[in-house]
Design a protein around this ligand. Structure first.
Ligand SMILES: *[C@@H]1O[C@H](CO)[C@@H](O)[C@H](O)[C@H]1NC(C)=O
Ligand SMILES: *[C@@H]1O[C@H](CO)[C@@H](O)[C@H](O)[C@H]1NC(C)=O
Ligand SMILES: *[C@@H]1O[C@H](CO)[C@@H](O)[C@H](O)[C@H]1NC(C)=O
Length: 519
């Protein structure tokens, strides 16, 4: 098929009109024959090659049909030019706008810098000045979470577990996954389940994205049977950690609620695993006797955690999280106890809460310049018992807490209490320090936390306060209190855990300590 195209070219000020024939040479090019030259144009008309024609002609022709012709350099700052009939359109690089992409966009107006970092717009870019703990373009990388490690979880799916508890273990691993950076430069995670036999669910390099790992956890099947811990330990060494990266920390985290079926073999396999440079962490749920076996498996009492219930699992997280920071230590803490003294708690429950506060006060080791404590109680009205300036010794605080009373006829209003806290507590005049961590320890059953109260909670969190929740009383709103806590491991269920539980205490200690990365 031959297409003849008649093209009329108006030259300079209509001095001359040429009628020429253009005929497609092949599919790619048109060849235009002028009186004084031959011009080859590609289909879009953009790359013209003139043979024996004068420059003036070429320029006029290409300008007419090819607005994007290179000599014009229409789009600035790396923008891409598209012909659009008699005109052109620029597709700009992300940092530029305007018809010719000549206008720099001020990215700072979109608040790209996280962690309260200041933003500096530059031509074609922007910089964030990150606080020392954070790094990355937008300060989204927490240096304290940039540890490198290869971690394999060994998850008991034996008969004693049951599908619900099995799921709780996987949720716990999910929280661990969320607390580290996943990937070949950071933490790689593998998973083995075991009952009668062991099975590799996924290897270390299988998932390089957090979201994929979390999805994979959802799909692991419960498989009842005996407790073949030895097989799992063997598999961790031979099939998973054998492929771990050179010179990174290797960790096997064993989660179980039962004694192993073959004790001798378990001890033997754990020794082999430890000898291949792997640290074993044992997490036991429920049984006292289990503790003994975990001590043998890990060969290090610091790596054994036992909790009486699954709620206690989260409290272990901060202890096994892989922190690699050297910048976020040494921060003082201003600690507010916010205690529900309303009538909905029985006297004995109330005494339990008092004891909890006494325990916390004891172990935070009031080198008081490091931790300062204030106490606000609330029923229908909030009441400040003492502020951060009042007491400088543990004993004084113990004494003051000891004589607290319930307001047994009164109904709790947390919304009002939180409003009071946001206005009056973490202020300079109350002795709070603006370079301290500000932590609220809320003790309640959570039943009065409605949408209004939640707004205050989120506002407090948004302004940098960390919230630890301690559930006390009966009829506990567990999910709500878990939500109110800044992190899942900052929720404690007093009803079940009590503060005699070593893991709970040590978690609290790491939360409030002077040298910490937790908050
Ligand atoms: C913003 O960045 C530019 C270019 O990097 C730099 O010259 C300038 O000093 C920075 N301004 C501030 C306030 O940091
Ligand atoms: C709780 O306090 C808030 C704020 O002062 C108030 O609006 C609300 O009505 C109170 N709720 C109850 C049940 O008294
Ligand atoms: C804390 O606040 C005081 C008084 O408002 C101020 O002088 C001081 O610079 C602040 N310190 C920090 C670290 O922000």
């Amino acid at each position: 098929m031959i297409i003849i195209i008649i093209i009329i070219i108006y030259l300079k000020c209509f001095q001359h009109v040429f009628i020429i024939c253009a005929k497609p040479e092949n599919n790619q090019h048109f060849v235009l024959h002028f009186l004084d030259g031959v011009l080859t144009l590609d289909k879009a008309g953009c790359n013209s090659v003139c043979s024996s024609c004068n420059n003036e002609l070429q320029e006029i022709v290409t300008r007419k049909w090819c607005m994007c012709t290179p000599h014009a350099l229409r789009c600035q700052n790396g923008g891409t030019c598209h012909n659009a009939g008699a005109t052109y359109r620029c597709q700009c690089q992300p940092s530029f706008t305007g018809y010719d992409c000549g206008i720099d966009i001020d990215e700072c107006q979109f608040n790209p810098c996280q962690q309260g970092a200041s933003c500096n717009n530059t031509f074609g870019d922007y910089n964030c000045h990150c606080p020392s703990r954070y790094t990355g373009k937008d300060c989204t990388l927490d240096k304290c979470r940039m540890a490198k490690a290869d971690v394999v979880f060994l998850v008991d799916s034996s008969l004693s577990q049951g599908p619900d508890r099995f799921k709780t273990q996987l949720d716990f691993i999910g929280e661990f996954v969320k607390s580290v950076y996943v990937g070949s430069d950071y933490v790689q995670i593998g998973l083995i389940t075991f009952s009668f036999v062991a099975k590799v669910e996924f290897e270390l390099t299988r998932y390089s994205r957090q979201s994929d790992l979390l999805d994979a956890l959802q799909n692991i099947k419960y498989n009842a049977g005996s407790t073949n811990t030895a097989a799992a330990l063997k598999m961790a060494r031979e099939d998973v950690l054998s492929k771990s990266r050179a010179s990174v920390r290797k960790l096997a985290i064993l989660l179980t609620d039962g004694m192993s079926s073959n004790k001798l073999d378990t001890i033997y396999q754990s020794a082999l695993l430890r000898n291949s440079d792997v640290t074993i962490v044992g997490i036991g749920i429920g049984s006292e006797i289990l503790h003994e076996e975990l001590l043998k498996i890990t060969a290090n009492p610091n790596n054994v955690f036992t909790v009486s219930t699954f709620d206690g699992l989260y409290s272990i997280l901060s202890n096994i999280r892989l922190l690699s920071c050297d910048v976020c230590s040494e921060k003082t803490t201003d600690l507010l106890y916010l205690l529900d003294t309303s009538g909905r708690h029985s006297l004995s429950q109330f005494h339990g809460a008092i004891e909890a506060l006494q325990s916390i006060t004891s172990f935070i080791g009031m080198g008081i310049s490091k931790v300062k404590v204030s106490l606000v109680t609330y029923a229908s009205e909030p009441k400040r018992i003492f502020d951060f300036r009042t007491y400088t010794s543990e004993n004084e605080i113990h004494h003051k807490i000891q004589v607290l009373d319930r307001d047994s006829k009164s109904v709790a209003n947390l919304t009002r209490a939180l409003w009071y806290v946001s206005q009056n507590v973490f202020t300079t005049s109350s002795g709070a320090r603006n370079d301290s961590r500000h932590v609220i320890v809320l003790l309640t059953n959570g039943k009065d936390i409605d949408a209004d109260a939640m707004k205050h909670v989120n506002r407090l969190k948004g302004s940098g306060k960390s919230i630890v929740t301690i559930a006390y009383g009966k009829d506990i709103a567990r999910e709500t209190l878990l939500n109110v806590a800044s992190e899942p491991y900052m929720f404690f269920n007093l009803g079940e855990e009590l503060f005699t539980d070593g893991a709970v205490l040590s978690t609290m200690k790491t939360l409030f300590e002077f040298n910490t990365c937790s908050l």
